[in-house]
Design a protein around this ligand. Structure first.
Ligand code: GLN
Length: 197
């Protein structure tokens, strides 16, 4: 089994380190030729930049096709935005990989200064709460009936106090999180993803 980590921009090194720690064979995906993998991780970073680089590298079309054929994927933060079917407040020319049926609002939790850390209960993970770091994170505004919500947070927005927001979603073999497990050395979501393969 070999897992690709999209390595165009963002914190792909942290994902590679977690796969290393789990003794999983991995490859940095930088060109379409690197896509011979059993699953792909799309890191946090800046979705608009990753979107542009996906197109200029020629990865966008073949990756989107593989995802449609069922390639398992795990996306964190910017990775969630790229995998979502629909993005609110994105750049107009921002591309979607169209792999999970959710609507996300880019930067919906606010700017860098509004970053926060919390701990989450995650369904399917029984051995204690998960630390979760949110940095300019997307807000999941809608999920289709095909999507399972594995964890949510209660968050107070200016126009809507104490709103329950999904932060980990799964549809078939695609898992996305609005936060960065990879930046706090949390490997249990990676393990959950690997179990889907
Ligand atoms: N706000 C960023 C974006 O639009 C995502 C931030 C992150 O990955 N921490 O891509």
């Amino acid at each position: 089994m070999r897992i690709g980590v999209l390595a165009l921009q963002g914190d792909f090194i942290s994902h590679l380190a977690i796969l290393d720690k789990l003794a999983i064979d991995s490859v940095m995906v930088k060109t379409p030729g690197d896509l011979d993998v059993d699953g792909i991780i799309i890191p946090g970073g800046e979705s608009t930049s990753i979107s542009m680089l996906l197109q200029s590298s020629g990865i966008y079309e073949p990756l989107r096709a593989l995802l449609h054929e069922g390639l398992p994927a795990f996306g964190t933060c910017a990775g969630m935005i790229l995998l979502a079917n629909s993005v609110v407040d994105g750049r107009e020319d921002q591309m979607s990989l169209d792999a999970i049926d959710i609507v996300v609002r880019r930067n919906g939790f606010g700017r860098q200064v509004a970053s926060f850390e919390t701990s989450l209960t995650v369904s399917g993970i029984e051995d204690g709460p998960m630390r979760a770091l949110f940095i300019r994170a997307p807000v999941v505004e809608k999920v289709s009936s095909e999507v399972e919500v594995l964890s949510s947070v209660t968050y107070s927005f200016a126009d809507s106090p104490d709103k329950l927001v999904p932060v980990i979603c799964r549809q078939n073999k695609v898992i996305v999180s609005s936060f960065h497990p990879e930046l706090v050395g949390e490997d249990r979501l990676h393990k959950l993803f690997l179990e889907l393969l």
